[in-house]
Design a protein around this ligand. Sequence first.
Ligand code: SF4
Length: 330
Amino acid sequence: MKKLVDSYKRQIKYLRISVTDRCNLRCLYCMPAEGVKLAPPDSILRYEEILRVARLAVEYGVTSIRVTGGEPLVRKGIVDFIGELSGLRGLEDISITTNGVVLSEFAAPLKKAGLNRVNVSLDSLKKDRFAKVTRGDKLGAVLKGLDEAHAAGLRPVKINMVVIKGFNDDEIVDFARISINKPFHVRFIEYMPFNTEEGWDREKCISADEIRDIIAGELDLEPINERGAGAGPARRFKVKGGLGELGFISPVTQHFCGECNRLRLTADGKIRACLFSDTEVDLREALRNGSGDSVIKDLLFRSVMEKPAGHQINENIFKKCARTMSLIGG
Ligand code: SF4
């Protein structure tokens, strides 16, 4: 069976699917206070349409699917959708990225439906600061969600912290300490340029190496060499004697575009071959005009062949994406 391989010989094995542009938070670096203009409901792909794209992608070599949003857990029927996804033969891994606000309610049913693991986006452990950055006072619910996800058997449970200088870099070591007593994987992600209200300031981006050095200045770190489940682009370490681990992700300072294996499906039915490229291939029309699987397949292959070598964040020609993060799904 032909595989999804791009013009740089990178095989696509990982599909990120955004199932909604809606969210129950209003994070500063993701969307404006009033939220983003939501797409008309009928422009959002129906679950059966998403499942058709997922089935074809798996037939052509995709083995891992991550469900994202907006906030995926606010979309009705998400548990049944995960159940349907887990029925796809050849799909080895299903994960979800959530803000964790309602995770404690969904963890056990999602696990039962076939979800393997979860990433929770969390950028502050300080109640007031969390409330400020998310425009929602839900820190307690998120922390409870993390424990419930672990109790439900989702593995690994990961925390994604986007480190922003002058905002939360004073919490780096506190986040690392979580991995001492909890079997969570705490991942530190460099601050990336997205289309936001206050814009991106390179000065606020702290490199993954600097973040690791800050932690190593206070805690005893040891590298983890083997490639764990869903390790992705993270460089992995653990605090000596700790239950969990740390991951350092450097899309800005040491990008991993050369090994990129991912495609994204947006909630409104576009295939996006690169996070930072606005080149998109529309699938929705073909999904709704009675086209056969071969047409959808050709559109998938076309998108893969248009996949750029990598992002241009560090080049003068770089321009921010037209879409906000909530309309891409990270
Ligand atoms: S920036 Fe684009 S090419 Fe690079 S890793 Fe991300 S999606 Fe892949």
